[in-house]
Design a protein around this ligand. Structure first.
Ligand code: P6P
Length: 335
């Protein structure tokens, strides 16, 4: 039986042996992981927990909130607000930033999250997840404002997600590759199950919501048409398609076996850059994918280089196996 390395031990060693993460950041990541365990337990109860279905409210995105969206958001806020490692938080489920209450010590980190990504899948027992991103509060600014959050994804100091599927798996980077930790429910702890995750540079699997085809821009249509043409087409090989409609689950598949994920801009709401949110979906996922040797662009530029102008900014997302992402990006830049 190979030695089991817990998330706690992994993080202590990253801090002590490799000096990669300060104690405060290690603390923050352990607290987020514990919150994900609590969310996993609520999700796994399903109907037994009486928390499925709509909360009869909308979030700042104008999307109907599920009860579990609100529960997951509250779990993350309550777990993190008292620890002294954070200055503020931001969530898909909250319009403005959440300042750590004055009764608690303030820290130097900013935590952003989508507390439960893939809500449309909650009631039908399909994998969903929590996505998180950690930034440092800029030096020299008194107090905390939304402006402090508006940093490009390249400034992240940690990013990850927890996928609630057949297994509950936490996937994390602190800038030194990607590690995966599977929840051992008997021990109640996350155990290191993969590290130095690498995405194959090529793939035969693409992920996109095909029902939007008539709304796509030409470069995306060209790429997908070539995949659909298979062996007889310009790619000279057959492709497979997957679309789980939970970004966390689609990205987990890509980190595990390769692939390309696309949620591009389309003509349905031309004023919006895309559907997915930059700060707490595209940036953390983009960094994880890059840390695993993949690529992440908005079709024209590296996602992590985009300077945000607002907290809930949306973005077009093309990420996964490097050679495929570079091909789609090249098609955009040819125009
Ligand atoms: P559609 C979930 O709501 C989400 O934000 C992502 O997790 C997912 O990839 C996408 O939206 C699914 O969108 O339009 O296919 O339902």
């Amino acid at each position: 039986m190979s030695k089991k390395i817990s998330l706690t031990r992994y993080l202590v060693e990253q801090q002590r042996v490799d000096g990669k993460i300060p104690a405060e950041l290690r603390l923050l990541l352990e607290v987020v992981a514990r919150a994900c365990k609590t969310i996993s337990q609520a999700v796994n109860k399903g109907d037994l927990g009486g928390v499925l279905g709509s909360a009869d409210s909308e979030n700042v995105q104008g999307e109907v909130q599920k009860q579990l969206d609100i529960i997951a958001n509250e779990v993350l806020i309550e777990a993190n607000e008292w620890g002294g490692h954070l200055a503020a938080m931001a969530s898909e489920e909250m319009e403005g930033i959440y300042l750590v209450p004055n009764r608690y010590p303030q820290g130097e980190y900013l935590l952003l999250f989508d507390p439960l990504d893939g809500s449309s899948n909650i009631d039908v027992n399909v994998s969903i997840g929590t996505i998180f991103s950690v930034l440092k509060k800029p030096d020299g600014t008194a107090g905390v404002s939304e402006q402090d959050f508006l940093q490009p994804g390249a400034q992240q100091v940690a990013a990850g997600y927890c996928v609630y599927g057949p297994q509950t798996t936490l996937v994390l980077t602190v800038g030194d590759g990607v590690a995966m930790f599977t929840l051992d429910r008997e021990q109640g702890s996350f155990v290191l199950t993969r590290e130095n995750v690498q995405i194959p540079p090529d793939t035969k699997e693409f992920a996109i919501n095909m029902s939007n085809m008539r709304h796509w821009d030409a470069p995306v249509k060209r790429y997908v048409d070539e995949c659909l043409a298979g062996k007889e087409g310009p790619r000279g090989k057959d492709f497979n398609m997957r679309w789980i409609a939970s970004m966390v689950a689609d990205v987990h598949r890509i980190l595990t076996r390769g692939g390309i994920f696309m949620y591009p801009w389309d003509k349905r709401e031309p004023e919006k850059a895309g559907k997915l949110r930059l700060m707490y979906e595209a940036n953390p996922m983009g960094w994880l994918v890059e840390q695993a040797g993949g690529a992440a662009t908005n079709g024209r530029q590296r996602i992590l280089d985009i300077v945000p102008s607002k907290l809930h900014e949306r973005v077009s997302v093309i990420l996964g196996s490097r050679n495929e992402v570079e091909r789609v990006t090249a098609y955009h830049l040819e125009r």
